[in-house]
Design a protein around this ligand. Structure first.
Ligand code: FE2
Length: 168
């Protein structure tokens, strides 16, 4: 009879592939995508020199792509906003890198300071705006990669499916 501390593996361990796989190179879960974003956020040398601020049009830059995901860097000058939108069938993790952004959803408004993270489920509707007097920078992970960003018109929130105007 085995005690609780005994572990016996019946058969050949080489036939149990999941015990032999190396750590994943790419994130594959919401927690891992959030972790990737935090790792990038904490290493300013990876993104700070890339950021541009554009008062006339929203600026964004695809920082990285991997199997099943994309990472975008966005800047927001004071007053710039995304408009009300969803991310199609993509989930998203938004991480504020610099400054403060305001997120509006059907459930209310919240200020997101540097370091804050928000997860968006596929089809969930939100609007992001820089309501402050300082520029802001954010990092957005989409999985799968963003293929459409339907805009919604307040107050009925019907999606209008047109060309993707901007990433957010
Ligand atoms: Fe968004």
């Amino acid at each position: 009879m085995n005690s609780d501390s005994d572990l016996q593996i019946a058969g050949d361990i080489l036939e149990v592939p999941h015990l032999l796989q190396p750590p994943r190179e790419h994130p594959a879960t919401v927690a891992e995508f959030a972790g990737l974003a935090r790792a990038l956020a904490s290493d300013r040398s990876r993104w700070e020199h890339l950021v541009q601020y554009d008062a006339t049009t929203r600026w964004y830059h695809r920082l990285r792509t991997g199997p099943g995901y994309e990472v975008w860097l966005l800047s927001w000058v004071p007053g710039q906003g995304s408009g009300l939108h969803d991310h199609g069938r993509s989930s998203g993790v938004l991480t504020v890198l610099d400054g403060t952004l305001t997120e509006r959803t059907g459930r209310g408004t919240r200020a997101l300071a540097a370091g804050a993270q928000r997860v968006s489920a596929p089809g969930s509707v939100h609007e992001v705006v820089n309501d402050t007097l300082e520029p802001a920078v954010s990092l957005h992970v989409y999985f799968p990669g963003l293929t459409e960003m339907p805009m919604h018109s307040a107050p009925d929130c019907r999606a209008s499916r047109g060309p993707r105007p901007v990433t957010a």
